[in-house]
Design a protein around this ligand. Structure first.
Ligand code: MEV
Length: 330
């Protein structure tokens, strides 16, 4: 019997993290250069219904039913089987690999859920649509993040740039002219659930101030969408476009600092990127560590990567947004 393999990409949030939890729009894009990969092989000698899971990166090697009922991987398998009305899963071996850094704001949990559900649905003979995969993965996100907006599972399952408002169908964004981002890891691992909870506590203490911040972030996401969609399909990208997009990123970063979700390491990387020629820079995801992104072009790319490494960044990746095949990995 053949192996069933499925992948799902990492994601970054270009604009609007945290505010999106409160119903404001945000923009996210997939980052296929980093991905979760799940392989399912039928185990013809396995006991009836035996599902064995291995994830070498987290030293997991377990029968499904030995995992806690709330374990995200068990939940992902059971939600998929329930959705497909599968009375049982034919004995199999599930192997999970991921190159997406964990607790780094890049959607590692959602990507593993989507890849696992995608592979399992194929194994059970009923591939699922991206929309259904997103809905099912959202249920697992609740275990990871408590009160997720749903943006991570959406952009990862749809594998396309989205303008997202909580509770509404995602609106795909056409990015007609690709642009380059540097993604740099601060090396600080950070729990999105915890940072989201901290923002909630601060909002409860100071609702007027926080709602003003959220509305300002919403305006930035709206302006960014308009800008991204205004780009001509036929003309090469103009420096004015990069300047404007970069400015919106830096304005968003200033508001993330106001929300209290940046940190010294991220601030240092943002400043280093701007000093070495990036058009704009900000944290991406939950913040208080994790990854930051910087907007570059061919001229500034190498200097920004080098400066970020000198400023203490761990993994530094260059990715092209808007044209899948051009992703670079370093
Ligand atoms: C996490 O990728 C983005 C946050 O806005 C949380 C969420 O949207 O659920 C911080």
């Amino acid at each position: 019997m053949p192996a069933f393999t499925a992948v799902a990409p990492a994601k970054i949030i270009l604009f609007g993290e945290h505010a999106v939890v409160y119903g404001m729009p945000a923009i996210a894009v997939p980052v296929p250069v980093l991905q979760a990969r799940v392989i399912i092989r039928a185990d013809v000698h396995g006991e009836h219904g035996s599902v064995h899971l291995t994830a070498p990166a987290i030293a997991l090697d377990s029968e499904l039913l030995e995992l806690n009922p709330n374990h995200p991987l068990r939940k992902a398998v059971e939600l998929t089987a329930q959705y497909l009305h599968a009375a049982y899963i034919p004995a199999c071996q599930i192997t999970i690999h991921s190159t997406i850094p964990v607790a780094a704001g890049m959607g590692s949990g959602a990507a593993v859920s989507v890849a696992l559900m995608r592979a399992l649905a194929a194994y059970l003979g009923h591939p699922l649509s991206p929309e259904i995969l997103s809905e099912l993965a959202y249920e697992v996100e609740k275990i990871h993040h408590g009160n997720p907006s749903g943006i991570d599972n959406t952009v990862i399952a749809l594998e396309q740039a989205v303008y997202f408002v909580r509770g509404q169908p995602a609106q795909p964004i056409q990015i007609c002219q690709p642009f380059q981002l540097v993604i740099a890891d601060s090396g600080i691992s950070s729990s999105t659930a915890q940072v989201v909870a901290e923002v909630r506590a601060a909002w409860q203490t100071n609702p007027n101030q926080y709602e003003t911040f959220f509305k300002q972030i919403a305006q930035i996401s709206t302006n960014a969408r308009r800008l991204l969609e205004s780009v001509s399909k036929t003309e090469p990208i103009q420096p004015a476009f990069l300047q404007e997009l970069g400015l919106l990123m830096s304005e968003n970063q200033a508001l993330l600092v106001d929300l209290g979700v940046s940190c010294l390491e991220i601030d240092r990387l943002v400043q280093a990127a701007l000093n070495s020629g990036a058009y704009g820079a900000k944290l991406s995801g939950g913040g208080k560590g994790g990854n930051m992104i910087a907007l570059v072009d061919d001229e500034s790319r190498e200097a920004v990567c080098l400066t970020l490494k000198e400023a203490g960044a761990g993994r530094v990746i260059v990715t092209t947004i808007g044209r899948r095949k051009d992703n670079l990995h370093r």
